[in-house]
Structures are given as structure tokens and as C-alpha cells.
Design a protein around this ligand. Structure first.
Ligand code: NDP
Length: 439
């Protein structure tokens, strides 16, 4: 049912899931009853609101705010907030839909939701970002709570934004509680949350490679993005003896054949928020390709030679031509840190080639899983050591991989982790929906 052309990303995500569920419905037709599919593709609630704030020049700015509370069969809505000028209600709907299955795969009690705004934090002063966040939360606070809906960060929402959002929630409600995750360590955050999505994506790749008798050691790795997910993917790859040679941002792609200098990357992106081009001042031996020089049919980062790919920037950043280039260059493993980074045609190429392909909803679930660990620590007023969080994260990623692989094998397509992820996630949500009746 394509009723709105503005929701192309949501239709792309929904079609992939529904296509994968076909063999399940043939074997278990009861899932076609009770309006499960019809209820699953319709959010339980969508909140759209106006966010007005005053910029440093005294001008009134108006942005759109969104929160989609998609499915609460398994627990409180859980999913990040994205601040990026490209955000539309369709973007948030696709991300919320994917989140339902991702959260189900973690095995933890969390439902699916997502939110955000078309606000662009880039180039804004800290005070402007604070004013925007305060205005955003002034509407959002009435819809969220530690047992109802617990937002986190996503593109454009990091520690700074979570801090401003939390401060305003506390001011409005008078409550100091675990209503957001990704908080600072001094006031309710969890050790390991900042690193969790990137680390988890690497652990997922390790699991996929292990199933094929390989390891990451010595492998050349291509990473896109230069934000939270990409940075901690690169960090874990270095730790495991792999060689991450690329990263990218919205302006261009950096290639450093001897391995990305992680400390410098953190200074440029976490501290100074500047373009990757500045990396060349310290490392003139590296190369930088601006977006204007990218191939017309895709992204420069996927045209570089490597063994393993970690798409970690944004949706549809890896085209069919990129997938063909990766396969031609000998890439045998793709672990998605971003949500839906590969186009439908690119995914088809990976599945046909039977390479190890970990879709985002499985491979990047370590972030939301660790957010749930933050919720558990907040509700028991505890703080766990990093080792405990990391052990749990590793276990969760291994379990997700096992579930996806076992489910794929059960449906006679053992290398297809897309099928495995969608069926395993769906079954957990659908069973809960059936048991809870038609609501
Ligand atoms: P950040 O905002 O920290 O970083 C995003 C990175 O991707 C930046 O380098 C940004 O470049 C680049 N980027 C964003 N949009 C575009 C675009 N349209 N074109 C090219 N480059 C772009 O976000 P995260 O690292 O948190 O998120 C990255 C991906 O991972 C997203 O798909 C997100 O949904 C997913 N994800 C994140 C989780 C988390 O815990 N943070 C959890 C699970 C998934 P620039 O700085 O120039 O804008």
C-alpha cells in the first residue's frame, strides 16, 4: 500500500521485511491472522510538533519535531533522536520500523520507536543548540518516561545534545530518572554506551568471520562515516589487529593506507567538529577525495580495496554499483553500523554472492542493547564497570548472530542473515502481540 510518496525509505524497509517473512507465513499461517501485519506497519502513535527557538542573531527559527512510538509489544518504546536537515516523517518512520526488529533481536524488553528533527546542529553555537534542545524537549517531555518511551542519540545527537535535553526534562518534571540514554557518566550514563554500537558492529563481523573459519586480524577494513559509530568501529578494529584505512563525512572520504590515526580523528570530529580534510595537515601521506569527485553512481569509499566493509554513516550510502565494486575488489564481509546503508539492489548483490553480510538491524544492535543496560543500571541506581558492560555486549552480539544464522538455516537459506534477522525479530514481536490481544 503506497499511499504516500514521501515515505520511500519506510516502504523500502517494510518491503524488505515482508518479503523475508513469506516463507514463515507458508509454514506458520497463523501469523497472517489477527491483523498482525496490518498492525505492525502502522505506528501505535506518531507525534509531530513545532519547535521554535531564537538564534544568536535574534531571529526566530522554526523546525519540525517528530517522535514515532511504533510498537510496544516487548517493552517501552526505545530508539534514538536524529537531528539532521534531511529528516522527514518518512525517515523517522523507517527508522522506527527497523528499530522494532532490532530491539526484538537483542532479547531485551524494549519496544520500537524513533524521533528527531530537521534541525541542523552543524555551524550552530553551543547556546543555539541548547535553546533548540530545550524547545524540543518542552513538547517531547509529556510523551516520554522511563517506563513508557526512552529516547537516545543518533545522527547529530551526541553527549552535548543529550545533556541539554535531559536538563530541560528535569526542569519541566522535577524528576531525576532514566528517561534518556547516552547520558554523561557523572549523571546516570553507562560505561561503554558511547562505544557500544561501533564495538558491537565489529563483534558481529567477528562472529560472521568465525563461522567461516576466519578472523579480523590483519584484514584491511573500509569504514564510512566519521561520527560516533565510525569512530568506535575504528577503535575496536585497531584493538583486534585489523587495519581500518578509511572514514568519510558529508564532505569527502579519507584514505590512509597504513591505518587511520584514531587519536587525531577524535580530536577533529569529537572535539573540533571540523572537516576530515584537516587530517592531511598532520598526515600528508593520506589522501582525501571531496564529494564533488565521487563516482556518479556511488561513493568513493567503496571503490578502495579492502577485505571487510563497515558502512557507518547513513541510509542508502552504498549503491548497487558500490556493491559490485566491493565484490570485485574481494570484500567478503560487510557489517552495517548504520541503519539501512545498503540499497535494496546492493543487498541483493551481497546475498547472491553469498558473502558474509550482516544487516544493520542485527549488526548495529549493540547500541540499543547497551542503552537498555543503562536503563537497568538507572532503575537499580547502580553503575557497572566497563568490563561487565563489554562482556554483556559481546554475549548479546554473539546471541544475535546465532539467532540470525540458526533461523536462516531453519528456512533453508543458511547464509542469508537478512532473512534470519527479519524472521527471528518478527516472531518475537508477533508472539507477544498475539498473547496481548488486539490492542
Ligand atoms: P553521527 O552524527 O555521530 O555521525 C554521522 C556520520 O555520518 C558523520 O560523519 C556524518 O558526516 C556522516 N553523515 C551523516 N549523514 C550523512 C549524509 N547524508 N551523507 C554523508 N555523510 C553523512 O551519527 P552516528 O554515528 O550516531 O550514526 C551513524 C549511523 O549509525 C546512522 O545510520 C544511525 O542511525 C546508525 N546507528 C547509530 C547508533 C548510535 O548508537 N549512535 C545505534 C545504531 C545505529 P558529517 O559530520 O559531515 O555530517
Amino acid at each position: 500500500r503506497r499511499s504516500s510518496p514521501a515515505q520511500t525509505e519506510f516502504y523500502q524497509a517494510a518491503e524488505e521485511v515482508l518479503e523475508c517473512l513469506r516463507p514463515l507465513f507458508e509454514r506458520s499461517p497463523h501469523y497472517l491472522g489477527q491483523g498482525i501485519i496490518e498492525r505492525l506497519v502502522e505506528p501505535e502513535r506518531q507525534i509531530l510538533f513545532r519547535v521554535c527557538w531564537v538564534d544568536d542573531a535574534g531571529k526566530v527559527q522554526v523546525n519540525k519535531g517528530f517522535r514515532v512510538q511504533f510498537n510496544s509489544a516487548l517493552g517501552p518504546y526505545k530508539g534514538g533522536l536524529r537531528f539532521h536537515p534531511s529528516v522527514t516523517s518518512g525517515t523517522i518512520k523507517f527508522l522506527g520500523f527497523e528499530q522494532i526488529f532490532k530491539n526484538a533481536l537483542t532479547g531485551l524488553p524494549i519496544g520500537g520507536g524513533k524521533g528527531g528533527s530537521d534541525f541542523d546542529p552543524k555551524g550552530r553555537s553551543d547556546v543555539e543548540v541548547m535553546r533548540f534542545c530545550q524547545s524540543f524537549m518542552t513538547e517531547l517531555y509529556r510523551h516520554i518516561g522511563p517506563t513508557t518511551d526512552v529516547p537516545a542519540g543518533d545522527i547529530g545527537v551526541g553527549a552535548r545534545e543529550i545533556g541539554f535535553l535531559y536538563g530541560q526534562y528535569k526542569r519541566l518534571t522535577g524528576r531525576y530518572e532514566g528517561v534518556l540514554t547516552g547520558k554523561s557518566l557523572d549523571w546516570g550514563g553507562s560505561l561503554g554506551r558511547k562505544e557500544a554500537t561501533g564495538y558491537g558492529t565489529v563483534y558481529f563481523a567477528e562472529n560472521m568471520l568465525k563461522a567461516r573459519g576466519e578472523t579480523l586480524e590483519g584484514k584491511t577494513c573500509l569504514v564510512s562515516g566519521a561520527g560516533n559509530v565510525a569512530i568506535y568501529t575504528i577503535e575496536k578494529l585497531h584493538e583486534l589487529g585489523a587495519i581500518p584505512v578509511t572514514c568519510s563525512d558529508s564532505r569527502g572520504t579519507l584514505h590512509h593506507a597504513s591505518g587511520i590515526d584514531l587519536a587525531l580523528l577524535k580530536v577533529l570530529k569529537e572535539d573540533n567538529r571540523v572537516s576530515l580534510e584537516a587530517y592531511l595537515k598532520t598526515h600528508p601521506e593520506a589522501s582525501y577525495q571531496p564529494v564533488a569527485d565521487y563516482p556518479a553512481d556511488g561513493h568513493a569509499v567503496w571503490r578502495i580495496e579492502g577485505d571487510v566493509a563497515f558502512p557507518s554513516a547513513t541510509q542508502n550510502e552504498l549503491t548497487e554499483a558500490d556493491a559490485e565494486a566491493l565484490l570485485a575488489n574481494g570484500v567478503t564481509c560487510i557489517s552495517e553500523g548504520a541503519n539501512m546503508p545498503s540499497s535494496t539492489a546492493a543487498v541483493d548483490r551481497f546475498l547472491e554472492a553469498k558473502v558474509a553480510y550482516g544487516p544493520g538491524k542485527a549488526a548495529n544492535a549493540g547500541g540499543v542493547a547497551t542503552s537498555q543496560l543503562e536503563m537497568a543500571q538507572n532503575s537499580s541506581m547502580a553503575q557497572w564497570p566497563m568490563e561487565k558492560v563489554d562482556v554483556k555486549l559481546k554475549e548479546i552480539m554473539t546471541n544475535i548472530h546465532r539467532q540470525c544464522a540458526e533461523t536462516a538455516a531453519e528456512f533453508d537459506d543458511p547464509t542469508n542473515l537478512v532473512l534470519g534477522a527479519n524472521i527471528a525479530g518478527f516472531r518475537r514481536v508477533a508472539d507477544a502481540m498475539i498473547e496481548q490481544g488486539i490492542v
